[in-house]
Design a protein around this ligand. Structure first.
Ligand code: MEV
Length: 428
């Protein structure tokens, strides 16, 4: 054991940590944290992620965090049946999508995507004549295009590349700023690397042409030129009648009007969306940031979905949100689980993936609102939740089901009660 890691001399300054292998790092961490052998060997098992890959994906890797992947069934997106892998640790999320999709299986979900355009921002400050500088930059559109496209000839060959330029004058507490937006078609890539490279490459020219100083050069996660849309109709008879429908409408109106409710409403949507984004190795934080920023675009934070009543009295629901996901690059291309999930989905383009994900978000929201407006959310949660509580109380094997059933029957799903039930079961 490294003496600097034991006892009172524990130090988080571990020289050369990043140059060690994952197992060597794990040993150092185990010593630092006094992990017992069971915890150490548990972490050492990297499951189905090859150790060299884990070590390349992030810095200082020591272990992996596995979450279950469940399959959402019953989904029909644009007339095509699809099985959707969802990576989530939360019970009821997969079931919610299956249930919503079962109730509109015949018509399914109709989807679209506004495009595969990403935005990179270049921030210029101390521009002496910002209004004129804005025009000077706009006049350089072709030069800027040439610089950007030269950064990624492969993207250009695949039909992507620079598309447009926006230059905005932004009043800030630190004075006026000139913000240039590079609008780039990143096709099947999420595109962060491509647009960040372009922004960095073009920045010195922007400084020169604007006469200012350039600081930030980075993509915007408010990918509002990459909007995924999905809509669906649930027939009145299939959802349980007018009272259920009206309860769901009231739930939607609540979320549309109140940010406290909208945050939870949208969190439910992201339960579905992030699970598919994660299963396909995409960037959950990018999609979440984009979704929440888009939900606040009108000046107050609101619902990402909309609910209306059709002429026939059925429930029509829709969703629109930024969906920056790709099929190439990063973990999506490298992670074997992500690759397998993409094969299950059968998607060949980032567009199809984005559209399916929007449909999943809508399905998730439909189920949440229906449960909330009728029986409440706890009933559906209870069975799986009770199993988790049973395991937390120490139940193993067949005991898990037995304890969970007893908890649900008692109507009290708590660890202390689970422990009592388990003790009784073991004594019997
Ligand atoms: C729980 O993870 C998600 C819900 O709270 C969503 C909602 O309230 O709409 C059930």
């Amino acid at each position: 054991m490294n003496s600097t890691l034991s006892g009172r001399n524990r130090s988080s300054r571990i020289g050369g940590f990043h140059r060690k292998s994952p197992l060597e790092r794990l040993d150092l961490v185990a010593a630092f944290a006094d992990l017992d052998e069971a915890a150490r060997s548990h972490l050492a098992d990297m499951g189905n992620l090859p150790v060299p890959l884990a070590d390349k994906l992030i810095e200082n890797a020591i272990a992996t965090m596995n979450v279950p992947i469940g399959i959402a069934t019953n989904m029909k997106v644009d007339g095509e049946d699809v099985l959707v892998p969802m990576a989530t640790e939360e019970s009821s999320v997969v079931a919610a999508v299956c249930n919503a999709a079962r109730q509109n299986y015949d018509s399914g979900f109709t989807t679209s995507l506004s495009g595969t355009l990403m935005i990179a921002q270049v921030q210029a400050v101390d521009v002496p004549d910002p209004h004129a500088a804005r025009l000077r930059l706009l006049e350089r559109r072709d030069d800027i295009r040439a610089i950007c496209d030269a950064c990624d000839p492969v993207l250009v060959k695949l039909g992507g590349g620079f598309r447009d330029l926006e230059v905005r004058l932004l009043e800030t507490r630190g004075g006026p700023m000139l913000i240039t937006h590079l609008i780039v078609d990143t096709r099947d890539a999420m595109g962060a690397n491509a647009v960040n490279t372009m922004a960095e490459k073009v920045a010195p020219q922007i400084a020169a042409w604007s006469g200012g100083r350039v600081y930030l050069r980075i993509l915007s996660n408010l990918a509002d030129r990459r909007l995924a849309r999905a809509h669906a109709v649930w027939k009145l008879a299939d959802i349980g009648g007018a009272e259920v429908r009206d309860g769901m409408l009231a739930a939607y109106h609540f979320a549309a009007a109140d940010p406290y409710r909208a945050a939870t409403h949208n969190k439910g949507i992201m339960n579905g969306i992030s699970a598919v984004v994660l299963a396909t190795g995409n960037d959950t934080r990018a999609v979440e940031a984009g979704a929440h920023a888009y939900a606040a675009r009108c000046g107050h934070y609101s619902s990402l979905t909309h609910y209306e009543v059709t002429r026939e009295g059925d429930l029509s629901a829709s969703i629109e949100l930024p969906m920056a996901v790709g099929l190439i690059g990063g973990a999506t291309r490298l992670h074997p689980t992500a690759q397998a999930c993409l094969r299950i989905l059968g998607v060949r383009t980032a567009e199809r993936l984005a559209r399916i994900i929007a449909a999943v978000g809508l399905a998730q929201n439909f189920s949440a609102l229906k449960a909330l407006a009728t029986v409440g959310i706890q009933k559906g949660h209870m069975d799986l939740h009770a199993q988790n509580i049973a395991m937390m109380a120490g139940a193993v094997g067949d005991e898990v089901d037995a304890v969970a059933k007893a908890l649900v029957a008692k109507g009290t799903v708590r660890v202390d009660v689970a422990e009592q039930v388990l003790n009784e079961l073991r004594r019997a």
